[in-house]
Design a protein around this ligand. Structure first.
Ligand SMILES: [Zn+2]
Length: 258
């Protein structure tokens, strides 16, 4: 509701607003701002990149060559076969960033990604990812472990149990999967955690030498870490929304009035 008052000649007053009682940002925006606030406090800059990509940036430069089985796991939507596609993850921005910026660098990349998925409560053809990258001399796994530990403390609290386990991702070596204890069943197993007791929050690892080489960085001199997470999953965990389609559909009833 907005009330406009005509300005009187010579008056500084031109209009006044009556704020609406029920305005609130989208839950995804809210979580995105919280996460970005944390990484900014550690000196990470926010960057972005194109959602329509070439095969090179989406796959090849990220150590996923033409015959790699990881391509099968990311059902791709092609704009123009075989080279132009909708990015299947936000990782291509890592490549653009390393090509365009001076080292050292620390960036985070919030953005949308697309896959040819059956739409259901846990999968959508479009989803939000949140990527991070740091490249410098002497970066090692200890730095990554510390940053992720601080991030989990910030987001879930230091009392929430977490685990770091070895996991394979083509663009990193070694790779990590990071889980927290399921908050719905405290580890005993339920439908939310698919009866594992743990919920995977993000994937991470040390940037693979092949990825650094693909952008002309000497991996004997520089190293880096990268991490990526599904932002929608964080939003659903924070808000109790159990159907990802609610985040992108027109039903806004889950947004509480303030
Ligand atoms: Zn559970």
């Amino acid at each position: 509701m907005r009330t406009v008052v005509a300005a009187k000649p010579g008056s500084m007053r031109t209009c006044r607003y009556r704020p609406r009682a029920s305005v609130r940002v989208h839950p995804t925006t809210e979580v995105l701002r919280r996460v970005t606030g944390f990484f900014r406090s550690l000196g990470f800059e926010v960057t972005d990149g194109p959602e329509i990509e070439s095969d090179f940036y989406n796959f090849t430069a990220l150590n996923i060559p033409l015959d790699h089985p990881a391509r099968e796991m990311q059902d791709t939507v092609y704009v123009l076969e075989p080279d132009i596609l909708l990015r299947t993850h936000t990782s291509p921005v890592e490549i653009h960033t390393m090509e365009e910026r001076e080292l050292p660098l620390r960036v985070v990349v919030p953005g949308k990604a697309y896959r040819y998925e059956d739409v259901n409560p846990t999968n959508n053809y479009m989803f939000f990812q949140y990527e991070g990258l740091a490249v410098d001399r002497g970066i090692h796994m200890g730095h990554l472990r510390w940053v992720l530990g601080e991030f989990l403390d910030y987001l879930f609290g230091p009392e929430v149990e977490r685990r770091f386990r070895a996991k394979y991702y083509p663009q990193v070596e070694p790779g990590l999967g990071v889980d927290i204890l399921c908050r719905f069943c405290s580890g005993s197993g339920c439908a939310i955690c698919k009866h594992k007791g743990w919920v995977e929050i993000l994937g991470a690892g040390m940037v693979h030498p092949n990825v650094l080489t693909s952008v002309g960085i000497n991996w004997y001199e520089y190293s880096g870490f990268a991490f990526g997470m599904g932002l929608d999953r964080l939003v659903m965990g924070a808000t109790g929304i159990s159907d990802i389609r609610e985040l992108y559909g027109p039903r806004m009833s889950y947004i509480p009035e303030v």
